[in-house]
Design a protein around this ligand. Structure first.
Ligand SMILES: Cc1cc2nc3c(=O)[nH]c(=O)nc-3n(C[C@H](O)[C@H](O)[C@H](O)COP(=O)(O)OP(=O)(O)OC[C@H]3O[C@@H](n4cnc5c(N)ncnc54)[C@H](O)[C@@H]3O)c2cc1C
Length: 438
């Protein structure tokens, strides 16, 4: 009789934590991640509020544990394409997308990416488009697994059938790992429980065209700011805009959140705190910068959050209550126009950098995943829990549990707590299976 097993869909911090808890308890965990590496959004963050821990320093050891754990089968660059429930068993089919790189041979040396004809030509998704990569890439240096992947939409050979007179990546690879003949494959799994940990998206900032995102290069999103301020980012942590340190920085909160016009009536729950963190990072790296935060309310509800917000306010950060209505260019600078609701009058604040705290929204494929698994969605579009008070990680399908931001926006402490609860719920099912089979 096979070991009781759980399928975890999504390898962000929620999926990682759930897989580790289940595997450490002696059960089998299949962790399916759509991207070439696990890590999710947390891997993109610079520091984490409220403690200012280095995000990758606390996440990477967990990622490495996942990669090495004898009870975890890590399936990256994979997608679950069907799930059937027969009595208490789930039969899932997983599609392995071709990486065009032999995983057993690739040593992660990176010579292929250096040789690629399209080196530094492709927008880097992990760096949120503020840097470029090659057609063959690893998303970030601490990726797990540290194996290269060829982007089929960027590779000249895969899109046009020709990459000059010779395959530069193939010639450069000392391990002979490049394999353009690779095809997609399918793996069938039988599991006793499923945890959905597919995370969240961020609202498209162009839905608020008044803020000039995509028009002015000096306007960026909070997640882009994370990559800009990260020591592992393209500027190695130097906050630079158009090659210079910005002297006037404006943060705009609630961009899309709590706004019936964008279809996001709820609070995104992390923006108040990550904006305070961003303001702190600007003060730390550019001591003479003028920093303004426009806010509707400040919600600092977690452990140590109010204290962190208080600390940032005393770091010469100007919190102004008011909703900006427009960002426009005047000469070589940007101007943020807002109604200061404390003063009761419009104000203009000049800026070299404007950072938008865009709303946390359900992932674009939430409806498809819900249909695949027979789940329900709440009116806000996130997955519906069975009962928000008493069964917050259960779904309407017995044996399927929710973890992380796919149920609602949340910070890392709440995500990890929910992942542990989902793992504990799944383990009740797995323990029952083990009892039945002995
Ligand atoms: C700008 C910003 C700054 C933040 N800063 C902080 C901070 O300082 N402190 C803090 O506590 N919180 C912070 N947060 C919140 C934090 O990012 C989240 O709490 C955390 O990332 C949630 O993890 P998750 O695993 O639920 O989702 P995600 O991190 O989104 O991970 C989901 C994973 O699932 C994968 N996936 C999705 N769909 C599928 C599918 N169908 N099949 C397979 N895989 C799939 C994705 O590729 C991804 O790897 C911040 C958020 C933002 C936007």
């Amino acid at each position: 009789m096979s070991k009781p097993a759980a399928l975890i869909i999504g390898g962000g911090i929620a999926g990682i934590q759930a897989a580790l808890d289940i595997a450490d308890a002696g059960f089998k965990a299949y962790l399916v991640e759509r991207e070439p590496s696990i890590g999710g959004r947390m891997a993109q963050l610079d520091k984490t509020f409220p403690t200012l821990d280095c995000s990758s320093c606390i996440l990477t050891p967990k990622m490495v544990d996942v990669g090495r754990h004898s009870n975890i089968e890590l399936m990256t660059y994979c997608e679950v394409v069907s799930v059937e429930k027969e009595e208490d068993i789930f039969r899932a089919r997983v599609r392995q997308k071709p990486r065009y790189v032999d995983m057993d041979r690739c040593t992660g040396c990176g010579l292929c990416a250096l040789a690629c004809r399209r080196k530094d030509r492709i927008l880097h998704e992990f760096d949120e488009g503020i840097a470029k990569r090659s057609s063959i890439y690893v998303p970030f240096p601490q990726a797990v697994p540290l194996k290269y992947t060829i982007d089929p939409e960027a590779c000249l050979y895969l899109t046009r059938g020709k990459c000059g007179n010779t395959f530069l990546c193939k010639d450069a690879c000392p391990a002979d790992a490049i394999d353009f003949e690779q095809q997609e494959t399918f793996v069938d799994l039988e599991v006793d429980a499923v945890i959905i940990a597919t995370g969240f998206d961020l609202m498209d900032p162009t839905l608020k065209p008044e803020f000039g995102y995509g028009v002015y290069p000096e306007v960026m999103t909070g997640i882009q700011f994370e990559r800009l301020s990260s020591a592992s980012g393209p500027t190695m942590g130097k906050i630079l805009v158009n090659g210079k340190e910005p002297k006037d920085v404006v943060f705009i909160k609630c961009v899309g959140s709590r706004d019936p016009h964008t279809g996001v009536p709820y609070c995104s729950r992390v923006c108040c705190m990550y904006t305070a963190k961003h303001a702190h990072l600007v003060r730390d790296r550019i001591p003479d910068a003028n920093i303004t935060v426009f806010y509707i309310d400040v919600r600092a509800f977690g452990k140590g959050y109010e204290e962190f917000y208080d600390r940032v306010k005393h770091e010469r950060v100007r919190y102004r209550r008011g909703e900006p209505s427009e960002v426009y260019r005047r000469g070589d600078r940007l101007v943020v126009l807002a109604e200061d609701t404390m003063l009761g009058r419009p104000v203009e604040v000049e800026a070299d950098l404007v950072v938008l705290a865009t709303a946390v929204v359900p992932r674009g494929d939430t409806a498809d995943v819900a249909e695949l698994l027979g789940l329900e969605r709440s009116p806000d579009g996130f997955f519906q829990e069975a009962n928000v008070h008493l069964r917050p990680v259960d779904t309407v399908v017995e044996g399927i549990y929710l973890a992380g931001c796919n149920q609602s926006p949340k910070d890392i402490p709440d995500t990890v707590a929910q992942a542990k609860a989902a793992a504990a719920s799944a383990m009740r099912v797995l323990a029952r299976r083990r009892r039945q089979s002995t």
